[in-house]
Design a binder for this molecule. Sequence first.
Ligand code: 13P
Length: 263
Amino acid sequence: MRKMFIAGNWKLNKTARETAEFAASLRRALPPAAHTEIAVFPAHTSLAAAVEALRGSSVGVGAQDVAWEDSGAFTGEVSGAMLKEAGCRYVIIGHSERRQLFGETDKAVNRKLAAALRHGLTPIVCVGETLAERDANRTLAVLDWQLKEGLKGFTAEQAAGWVLAYEPVWAIGTGRNATPQQAQEAQAFIRGFLIKQFGQAAEAMRIQYGGSVKPDNAAELLSQPDVDGALVGGASLEVAPFVAIILAAERAGTSRAAAAMNR
Ligand code: 13P
């Protein structure tokens, strides 16, 4: 059974001081969550503050990006070893903002995945179509291409524990989330791809949904069979909505566990 996973992608928000303050309030507000993994993804300069403030809690810390190289003349880059030593457990790879605004390609995603693997970081690999691609009925073809190129060459053993995130670009930061049916359709397709490439191991891989996840739509999205959590942007920047989404995941995870017991 797949454990729910709620991740807060803070993007270009929160200084180290703001991160420490947020982490302290989150710890106070955090409900017991046996069925939900939780993590936050601050900017690189706030990682140390997050790790320090969340030490001993159930909230993990990850980075929003990683260099594909380990060292050398690569101005502005941060390596997997640096992230690992800073206390990161996870890294987001191929977020649509990296792809669209910073020219990141599927080839780069592939190389960054190899870097995450070398340094023992759990990747969250993001895929998703633009509005034009959806309107042209190309959603599944785009996902297929991104997955084929991004995950190329990896074995089931290497991919154990990896997390995918379906983030339709038109739903990010727009307040317009995918319907639970649209999310499920895309995520079942992603699951099918993973099963083709990795076999049975794919049943244990989590697929998150991302794109305007809020307290009022989380429960319905998380009740879908192939939605194993959420990658949350805006609603992860304040404690109350983030906790509300964690609670929704915990309820969905509890129902999943009950259903599994009855099988
Ligand atoms: P929003 O939740 O702000 O739409 O952002 C989603 C996202 O991009 C998470 O990675």
